[in-house]
Design a protein around this ligand. Structure first.
Ligand code: XIL
Length: 380
């Protein structure tokens, strides 16, 4: 592992020495995972596949790989495990890209989470799925397709993957209903489809943490989404479906320059949601943290400050839950963040959602994450 320090990180070096070394005289560790590890936590990021040397958020880009090995203790594929990537046709699998990612992660002793086994929305399934002919016995054919998919993926990676987002984003935030896909219509509805996904994952990967992952968040406008997710989680409990934890994606949105004031306004409702989730016995994983710098002026220093403060306040709330062990970022650097394409800023200024800027320099958000990890109570 490359432990050289960039100049911009020297501000954190003292912190890393103090927090990361567990009292040993070993060489000073650097990076976020050394802070996380000292608390029994893991800090991770998404990563992707790309051709060698391509300017992408991939292990095959040395500049990005350096951030992953320096800061991460856990990785997650941004797109390469989704049905759209793995399933070119109903009868085939395309594992080459994800296999290459796993090989690199293994070579660097970095564990990988699975994301995801079923993104239950028509627009995120492969095109062929929505027009698929499930034949004369559609329930059986749909069950077979789903079971084969999950079993094949889980068995291929075995105990190398110890946590899966089994179902992703099944709740419609507009009305708290569950999405239907061609698969779920053939199978007899969303509930039996989602239940089967979890039961199958449990059978195929009995060692793994099974997660329901969604983007209900704490900003205004999320109440219906949160209610829908709670209802789904209650249903899983009532039906005895093996779901271990909820993935809180954490695609955050700043509400103004005064992050403290925003957080004071949002924290109560958000804690009630998390309390309800954990009271049912579910664990918590922060699976996709990044920050949309909305409601902020163009000035970079102002935006970076607000994003950092918002991130710190959010992580302080999340890390106060002892059930939270893993925090994953949805990308390390602004350079490759999906946010730029998903929701560009109205003023056309480049988005700044990640801990490193587009030139790979750590931003105030990096120090905010480091501070939150350093302040977290140790996990047992
Ligand atoms: C996003 C990727 O970042 C994009 O590259 C892709 O085009 C669409 O998906 N919630 C999730 C992630 O669960 O899989 C999404 O990732 C972001 C929102």
């Amino acid at each position: 592992m490359d432990i050289t320090r960039r100049g911009g990180l020297s501000m954190l070096a003292g912190l890393a020495v103090a927090m990361g070394a567990r009292g040993t005289a070993a060489a000073a560790p650097t990076g976020l995972q050394s802070l996380a590890g000292a608390k029994g936590l893991r800090l991770g990021s998404s990563f992707g596949w790309a051709a060698k040397g391509a300017d992408r958020g991939s292990f095959a880009n040395p500049a990005y790989a350096e951030l992953l090995t320096r800061d991460c203790g856990l990785l997650v594929p941004e797109n390469e495990m989704k049905w759209q990537a793995l399933r070119p046709t109903p009868t085939s699998f395309a594992f080459a890209k994800f296999d290459a990612m796993m090989a690199w992660a293994d070579a660097n002793s970095l564990p990988v989470r699975g994301h995801n086994l079923l993104w239950h929305q028509p627009k995120w399934m492969p095109r062929w799925e929505e027009t698929h002919d499930f034949g004369a016995t559609p329930v059986r054919a749909a069950e077979q397709l789903l079971v084969e998919h999950i079993t094949t993926v889980c068995q291929r990676y075995g105990t190398r993957i110890r946590s899966y987002d089994v179902v992703n984003e099944a709740v419609n935030p507009k009305d708290a209903s569950l999405y239907q896909t061609a698969l779920s219509r053939a199978l007899g509805g969303p509930e039996p489809t989602l239940d089967l996904a979890f039961h199958t994952a449990r059978r195929a990967a009995p060692h793994a943490q099974l997660v329901y992952n969604d983007y209900m968040s704490w900003e205004p406008g999320n109440a219906t989404h949160r209610a829908g997710v709670l209802k789904l989680l209650e249903g899983f409990k009532a039906r005895g479906v093996p779901v271990d934890a909820i993935g809180v994606q954490s695609h955050l949105v700043t509400q103004g320059v005064d992050a403290r004031a925003t957080i004071t306004g949002l924290e109560g409702e958000w804690r009630r949601f998390l309390d309800a989730v954990t009271a049912m016995g579910y664990g918590l994983v922060v699976t996709e943290l990044d920050v949309r710098d909305n409601n902020l002026p163009t000035d970079i220093a102002v935006r970076d400050r607000a994003v950092a403060d918002f991130t710190r306040g959010y992580l302080d709330v999340m890390l106060a839950y002892p059930k939270l062990h893993d925090v994953l970022l949805w990308g390390m650097t602004d350079r490759y963040s999906w946010i730029e394409g998903f929701e560009p800023r109205k003023d056309k200024a480049r988005r700044r959602p990640c801990p490193y800027d587009a030139g790979f320099k750590p931003k105030p958000m990096y120090a905010a994450i480091a501070g939150a990890l350093a302040a977290a109570a140790p996990r047992s």
